[in-house]
Design a binder for this molecule. Structure first.
Ligand SMILES: NC(=O)C1=CN([C@@H]2O[C@H](COP(=O)(O)OP(=O)(O)OC[C@H]3O[C@@H](n4cnc5c(N)ncnc54)[C@H](O)[C@@H]3O)[C@@H](O)[C@H]2O)C=CC1
Ligand SMILES: CC(=O)C(=O)O
Length: 372
């Protein structure tokens, strides 16, 4: 198979979908790899690194897309890339389609086989291709929050851990999954008071165990969320219902109760965001805006800022699946592996991921019906 790696074009997206080690693995399995020139530079990989393991370096994005049977990316294609879509092209990347009607339409209309990293799901419910980036974003959410709590950055001027004789900050995390757990680790390490809110009592039990009582665990309901939000200096949005639009758990009224200079980091923005006052996606170039006196941060590609770490972590998990697709072809690969099959969001002009179809109010067709 011919596998293409375009350079990412989203704002400050410095990750790349493959490392030289990944190219080598594909080449050893007999595949051709086309890498757009400078695609790896933001992650510390130069063209020569890819050439030395047998990649073809290509000058134009168009050539990479046109020559390849499968495109591997990091972020969802942007409108300027929709022109490259064609019948039967395999697209393996983060897609987050629930808040993206235009992208979904372009994939459906052009017959692209769109396999989304974020919905590849093991039988135990975990999301192996989302997990490493959630680890990164969860850890980053606290360092970003700490930075924007500083007075010159628009914050209220408090240190997360306080100092002896002065209260630490209140950090409230809604969603105790991978992002939430990693945020909690960092927040506890900084000395903050940490509250995690989740819907799943078993998850709360687990978090209480692993953090040895150093966090407050709270059941998710609007009463408890309102109480916690009011006292939060730093609020982290970290909920997920796989494939679906994020539920809006924090209302505008709740945000108004936060004290001026508090900070919200809505990591769940890639699924549409979980805070009502987050009405736009922000970028690494302009990461925040202020509403009701509260600093709002809603960058949908947070790991792009720590691209070296993120590229290595992401490709550790994506390349084994890419190899299955390349070795067997997409149809056999998804028939043989139901974990990978869960990643198929659009195929042969149909939406085959129910939560995506529901979020966009479009018809859903089970994958089995499309393949038979
Ligand atoms: N902005 C960015 O750059 C990045 C965003 N993300 C996003 O962060 C979000 C969280 O991802 P993960 O932690 O990996 O998901 P996860 O599935 O590990 O955790 C989600 C948690 O939310 C909880 N939850 C669901 N509904 C809830 C509710 N109503 N109230 C409270 N908790 C609820 C679930 O029980 C689960 O524990 C996703 O949208 C993911 O795509 C991840 C990486 C980077
Ligand atoms: C998961 C995701 O949206 C990201 O890593 O950018």
């Amino acid at each position: 198979m011919r596998v293409g790696i375009p350079k990412e074009i989203k704002n400050n997206e410095n990750r790349v979908a493959i490392t030289p080690a990944g190219v080598q693995a594909l080449r050893l399995a007999g595949h051709e790899v086309y890498v757009e020139t400078n695609a790896g530079v933001g992650s510390g990989f130069v063209d020569e690194d890819y050439l030395s393991v047998g990649a073809n370096i290509t000058d134009s994005a168009k050539e990479v897309w046109d020559k390849s049977d499968m495109i591997m990316k990091v972020k969802e294609p942007l409108p300027s890339e929709y022109q490259y879509f064609r019948e039967g092209l395999i697209l393996f990347t983060y897609l987050h389609l629930a808040p993206e009607p235009e992208l979904t339409k372009a994939l459906v209309d052009n017959g692209v086989v769109a396999i989304a990293y974020e919905t590849v799901q093991l039988d135990n419910g975990s999301l192996p291709l989302l997990m490493p980036m959630s680890e990164v974003a969860g850890r980053m959410s606290i360092q970003i929050g700490a930075q924007f709590l500083e007075k010159p950055q628009g914050g209220k001027g408090i240190l997360l851990g306080g100092v002896p004789g002065v209260h630490p900050a209140e950090v409230v995390i809604i969603g105790g999954g991978i992002v939430g757990t990693n945020a909690a680790k960092m927040a506890i390490g900084s000395g903050a008071n940490v509250t995690i809110i989740d819907l799943n009592p078993d998850r709360l039990r687990y978090l209480d165990d692993i953090f040895h009582g150093r966090i407050n665990t709270v059941m998710s309901n609007s009463y408890n969320i309102a109480q916690a939000v009011k006292k939060a200096d730093l609020l982290v949005g970290a909920v997920l219902i796989p494939g679906a639009r994020a539920p809006k758990l924090v209302s505008e009224e709740m945000v108004k109760t936060m004290s001026p200079g508090s900070v919200i980091v809505d990591v769940a923005i890639d699924q549409g965001g979980s805070i009502e006052t987050i009405d736009r996606v922000t970028t690494h170039s302009e990461p925040t805006y202020v509403k009701h006196g509260v600093v709002h941060y809603a960058v949908a590609n947070m790991p792009g800022a720590v691209a070296r770490t993120s590229t290595l972590a992401l490709t550790n998990v994506t390349v084994p699946y890419a190899l299955q697709i390349a070795n067997k072809g997409y149809e056999k690969a998804i028939r043989d592996n139901r974990t990978l099959a869960k990643g198929v969001n659009v195929i042969h002009g149909r939406i085959t991921y129910e939560a995506v179809a529901k979020a966009l109010n479009l018809p859903y067709v089970p994958l089995e019906h499309v393949l038979n």
